[in-house]
Design a protein around this ligand. Structure first.
Ligand SMILES: Nc1ncnc2c1ncn2[C@@H]1O[C@H](COP(=O)(O)OP(=O)(O)OP(=O)(O)O)[C@@H](O)[C@H]1O
Ligand SMILES: [Mg+2]
Length: 269
């Protein structure tokens, strides 16, 4: 597997990503390769954490999901990956209703995710954390190891492959989480704050990782992030939640100047 290219700079890359993402989404529109939330609602003891949300993620695109703390971003991802049964609405994978299927089934059928908090096997070496995911998809131990090492190399973690995952710094844990999700060879990958706690330089690196996912792995990416430089730099389009409801959607340029979004979120971040 090739080494990752150096992180490119500036808006022109973001603009290219937008155009490319929009083109890919348009092409994918007719292909049926979609992960769809249809009028999804999730409630916790009287609190409506997600309120009638619609979204369709297409293979090959990068979609940003943003909003203030508690807006319902993780809960929506939980519903789209089988970790949370919606109170109403449906989740569809390539047209098939999957809302009530298990996280295991959904993972095996092409929808991978990362978690806000690590969830690594802390006593296991980093490489085995990734291998386990590849083995779960039917690869032999040998092939799974080779695949895991390719992914770790790509993510700049090859020299940490034999370390117990529990001693990794937090930012490396986030990268191992991405490797684990991609080891499942998904059609869709949902990343919950992969750049949390990262320095500007580390953010540049994670932006480049996310940008490369659609082409390298053929996936659609849903990216939750509070770091607006990351979101605006890699996403073709953005969905904004506040108090569980969709308050805006559009290109980075449209969302950035939307007064409702500025008032609810961007003005405070
Ligand atoms: N298991 C749960 N039980 C009860 N309430 C929950 C549960 N999970 C989430 N919530 C509540 O649902 C709302 C949405 O939470 P969620 O974690 O989805 O927000 P978020 O947009 O991901 O926020 P953040 O940016 O802080 O990660 C919050 O009010 C949260 O307290
Ligand atoms: Mg969250």
């Amino acid at each position: 597997m090739k080494q990752r290219k150096k992180a490119p700079e500036g808006r022109s890359q973001a603009d290219r990503a937008c155009t490319e993402g929009a083109r890919v989404a348009e092409q994918a529109n007719g292909s049926g390769q979609t992960l769809e939330a249809r009028q999804v609602s999730v409630s916790f003891e009287g609190l409506t954490a997600v309120n009638s949300v619609d979204e369709t993620l297409h293979q090959g695109e990068i979609l940003g999901l943003i909003g203030p703390n508690g807006a319902g971003k993780t809960t929506l991802v939980n519903a789209m990956t089988g970790f949370q049964l919606p109170a109403a609405g449906e989740v569809l994978l390539c047209g098939k209703v999957i809302s009530s299927l298990s996280p295991h089934w959904i993972r095996r059928h092409g929808v991978a995710r990362t978690f806000q908090a690590g969830r690594l096997f802390r006593d296991m070496p980093v490489s085995e954390n990734v291998e386990v995911a590849a083995v779960s998809m039917g690869l032999s131990r040998k092939k799974a190891h080779a695949h895991a090492m390719e992914l770790l190399e790509w993510l700049g973690l090859a020299d940490r492959a034999e370390m117990p995952a529990g001693i990794l710094p937090y930012t490396d844990e986030r990268r191992v989480g991405i490797a684990r999700a991609l080891a499942l060879s998904p059609q869709f990958v949902l990343l919950d704050e992969p750049a949390a706690g990262m320095s500007d330089l580390e953010c540049d690196d994670i932006m480049q990782v996310v940008r490369e996912i659609p082409e390298r792995f053929g996936c659609g990416v849903l990216l939750i992030e509070h770091n607006m430089r990351v979101i605006m730099g890699v996403c073709a389009r953005i969905h904004v939640l506040d108090s569980g409801k969709t308050i805006a959607r559009g290109t980075p340029a449209e969302v950035q100047k939307n007064p409702v979004v500025i008032n609810a979120y961007l003005g405070h971040s």
